[in-house]
Design a protein around this ligand. Structure first.
Ligand code: NAD
Ligand code: UDP
Length: 337
């Protein structure tokens, strides 16, 4: 029995592949390496002392999927593969819908042909849209997304729900991630964004290591305690462990279910800067810049459902997030290159 992990060479995928290998699962990784390198998996294999099967290929390639399903005894799929940059998605909507929505449909069709019905999907807190009350609870209606990226996640959740209604064999869990940060404590694997980072923590880490001059803080006039944006940051190893719990829970759900994976607590941009400086001993120069289009002031998860049903909760706090980010960045100043 094996698990197929699409996008398993990427940031969250690589940490999840490591957790799966460590607990003894057989793992097949399918990744087109559009936003990752083979090096992440080499390091995962070294850490685990065990190999995953790597297939370089695309989720839109039916022949490749058929070949994988025919060659391995796969029981479940964890689906990370997709494009994830919110800003880019507004400039390239078709690419986002093709990869994230069509790609998922192709994958589900080929799974069905192969008789595989267990599915874990990487969704996002962005599906709650701009007007949901905070904290976000799974019972809040989703929608009102503000980017093609967010809408692509919303559409896939709807597809999973409809498919589960139509076919009682199919079981899917959508995991709505809040803000994944950090790295494996070894410092061997971590987040390695292409070009200038869009996200806060990789940006801070690259300022601290000297690759970028200073952080721009997008607005200090929000209705939050210090005026800067508040988010629910979650350590990537906690997030990876959430996937294992969800996988084990698939047989217990009725068709389709969504869970928030977050800490249930928010930190402001300034609090993040201060915590990073404390962990790294480095100064992070910053300037206050205009608000970023589409940013919300503050949101965080109600994380109770995952706690109750999946028996999952975060165990790593802000100090571990910062320590592990800095450990990864300082050991790998240029990422995997
Ligand atoms: P990532 O870019 O590091 O990983 C995605 C992986 O998928 C990459 O290795 C990429 O090469 C691969 N890929 C992309 N398109 C593919 C395709 N068509 N066929 C095969 N492989 C393909 O991103 P990540 O941060 O690890 O995110 C993983 C998933 O989690 C994504 O679906 C993302 O939308 C979702 N997510 C991420 C965040 C976040 O902040 N990182 C938050 C919420 C949800
Ligand atoms: N942020 C910032 N400067 C940056 C990147 C992000 O001030 O260079 C802020 C952003 O406005 C938000 C928080 O940091 O309040 C988290 O942003 P990120 O892009 O990491 O996550 P998301 O906006 O997707 O929740």
């Amino acid at each position: 029995m094996a698990i197929l992990v699409t996008g398993g060479a990427g940031y969250i995928g690589s940490h999840t592949v490591l957790a799966l290998l460590e607990r003894g699962d057989d793992v097949i990784v399918l990744d087109n390496l559009s936003n990752a390198s083979r090096e992440s998996l080499s390091r995962v294999e070294k850490l685990a002392g065990k190999s995953a099967v790597f297939c370089e290929g695309d989720i839109l390639d039916r022949a490749c999927l058929r070949d994988i399903f025919a060659s391995h005894n796969i029981t479940a799929v964890i689906h990370f593969a997709g494009l994830k940059a919110v800003g880019e998605s507004t400039r390239k909507p078709l690419e986002y819908y093709e990869n994230n929505v069509s790609g998922t449909v192709v994958l589900l069709e080929e799974m069905r042909s192969a008789g595989i019905y267990q599915f874990i999907f990487s969704s996002s807190a962005t599906v709650y849209g701009a007007n949901a009350p905070v904290p976000y609870v799974e019972t809040t209606p989703i929608g009102g997304t503000t980017s093609p990226y967010g809408t692509s996640k919303l559409m896939v959740e709807q597809i999973l729900q409809d498919y589960a209604k139509a076919d009682c064999n199919f079981r899917a869990i959508a995991l709505r991630y809040f803000n994944p940060v950090g790295a494996h404590e070894s410092g061997e694997i971590g987040e390695d964004p292409n070009g200038i980072p869009n996200n806060l923590l990789p940006y801070i880490a690259q300022v601290a290591i000297g690759r970028l001059e200073k952080l721009g803080i997008f607005g200090d006039d929000y209705d939050t305690p210090d005026g800067t944006g508040v988010r629910d940051y979650i350590h990537v190893v906690d997030l990876a462990e959430g996937h294992l719990k969800a996988l084990d829970h698939l047989t217990a759900i009725d068709g389709y279910k969504a869970f928030n994976l977050g800490a249930g607590k928010g930190y402001s941009v300034l609090e993040m800067v201060k915590a990073f400086e404390h962990a790294s001993g480095r100064k992070v120069p910053y300037q206050i810049s205009p608000r970023r289009d589409g940013d919300l002031a503050a949101f965080w998860a109600d994380a109770a459902l995952a706690d109750q049903e999946l028996n999952w909760r975060v165990t790593r706090g802000i100090d571990a997030m910062m320590r592990d980010t800095w450990n990864w960045q300082s050991k790998n100043p240029q990422g995997y290159k």
